[in-house]
Ligand binder design. Structure first.
Ligand code: 0D3
Ligand code: CA
Ligand code: ZN
Ligand code: ZN
Length: 431
């Protein structure tokens, strides 16, 4: 194909250069976004920063982003890839109020994969060297997705191409940064090895990411490292005994009861020992004939040896699995009269408060004083960042709150005040 030539430098290679510099897809053609960038006015004041944002400054509208490593490369072990990706993301979340959660199924905001040659997004890779990777600016669908050229020799060291270095650079694009003209910036267009251990984002990149998301807030009194509390082992992958193992399963209610977890769905409930992976499903009617089916919420106050089960405007009290007396009215708790039912309840051991989730809001009940606290309801989204949609069920285990919302189970760290893990709800009953 004949190329337009300006002097002795081909036009297309000039355009390619520009596109590379601005972090645009390198087509060599003067497309709309390239022209937009070229037309951008440059002001007379000398630049104090050299970072660039994409045209239209796309950015994520939420602070908790999911990522998923869809496939791996044969150049490295899986744990090495996982670590490089995690550290690449951490470089950015250290500087801005962003939180990254790894998921292993379904569609993540940032889908990460190793691809070779043509791979269906009309930006084929070019074999060894040349382009190492590309990432799409924030947005739906391909937005945020990050592809690494599988033809490269990916390494954890200073030879070949260091995966952490390239991942950290690409995640800058996935978060909304283009290329920087500052040669010391991570977002400079050409590869330079960065030592992963103790890596800190260069100044220019910090300016860039903070221009989009603001600075990370320092939490006073938060310990720099947290004690690694043990989490119950997830059961091995085997079908559960009821024969139904729907990966989109959601729960109506969950609670800890003694040394067991109880999971309720329609007419069934599953009992699972907290320390073992032994799961037994049974019908609600056989153990709790008064409840029959469709439990809305449940929680235990272990200290009192009492549990509470909610269904519509009624609740039952139990000692272990023994229901005590007749159902009572939920307005005993001090709910306003327009509340017909609660979605979920969780008792927090340390504060001795029980949180009740209703629609997009939650209430806090003081178990010691036996009163609903003032200043509630509060917005779930505002107080528990990273949760989406209505809460179906919740329980507290080892200081973490597990929120179940549709097919997703969120692990919420109450000290960090953020979601630290998302998995399938069904994984809790061995699916
Ligand atoms: C790329 O492939 C960038 C990736 C990049 C850039 C800087 C730091 C890490 C990763 C595409 S967004 N750049 C090409 C490159 O550096 C130009 N290729 C390898 C080389 O040695 N020329
Ligand atoms: Ca390449
Ligand atoms: Zn691609
Ligand atoms: Zn780049």
């Amino acid at each position: 194909m004949a190329e337009m030539v300006a002097g002795d430098i081909s036009m297309s290679s000039k355009v390619k250069k520009m596109q590379t510099f601005f972090g645009l897809q390198v087509t060599g053609k003067l497309d709309y976004s390239t022209i937009t960038v070229m037309k951008k006015p440059r002001c007379g004041i000398p630049d104090v920063a050299n970072y660039h944002l994409f045209p239209g400054e796309p950015k994520w509208q939420k602070s908790t982003l999911t990522y998923r490593i869809a496939n791996y490369t044969s150049s490295l072990s899986k744990p090495d890839v996982d670590r490089a990706v995690e550290m690449g993301l951490k470089a950015w979340s250290d500087a801005a109020p962003l939180n990254f959660v790894k998921i292993s199924q379904g569609e993540a905001d940032i889908m990460i994969s190793f691809e070779a040659g043509d791979h269906g997004d009309s930006y084929p890779f070019d074999g060894p060297r040349g382009t190492l990777a590309h990432a799409f600016a924030p947005g739906e669908g391909l937005g945020g997705d990050t592809h690494f050229d599988n033809a490269e020799r990916w390494t954890t060291g200073a030879h070949g191409f260091n995966l952490f270095t390239v991942a950290a650079h690409e995640f800058g694009h996935a978060l909304g940064l283009g290329h920087s003209s500052d040669p010391s910036a991570l977002m400079y267009p050409t590869y330079k090895y960065q030592h992963p251990i103790g890596f800190r984002l260069p100044k220019d990149d910090v300016k860039g990411i903070q221009a989009l998301y603001g600075p990370r807030k320092v939490v006073l009194g938060r310990p720099p490292t947290r004690v690694n509390r043990t989490v119950p082992q997830q059961p091995a992958h085997k079908p559960n005994h009821s024969g139904q193992c729907d990966s989109n399963l959601s729960f109506d209610a969950v609670t800890v009861l003694g040394n067991e977890f109880l999971f309720f769905k329609d007419r069934t409930f599953w009992r699972r020992q907290t320390q073992l992976s032994n799961i037994r499903p049974s019908s609600i009617a056989s153990s709790f004939p008064q409840l029959m089916s469709n439990v809305d919420a449940a929680y235990e106050v272990a200290e009192k040896g009492t549990a509470y089960f909610f269904k519509g405007p009624h609740y039952w009290t139990t000692r272990g699995l023994q229901i005590q007396g007749s159902p009572r009215n939920i307005y005993d708790f001090g709910f306003p009269s327009n509340i017909q039912k609660v979605d979920a309840a969780v008792h927090l051991k340390d504060s001795k408060k029980t949180l009740f989730f209703v629609g997009s809001e939650y209430y806090s009940y003081d178990e010691k004083e036996r009163i609903m606290e003032n200043d509630y309801p509060k917005s779930i989204e505002d107080e528990f960042s990273g949760l989406e949609g209505k809460i179906d069920a919740a329980m507290e285990v080892n200081g973490f709150i597990y929120f179940f919302s549709g097919p997703k189970a969120y692990k919420y760290d109450t000290e960090k005040e953020e979601v630290v893990n998302i998995r399938k709800s069904s994984s809790w009953i061995g699916c």
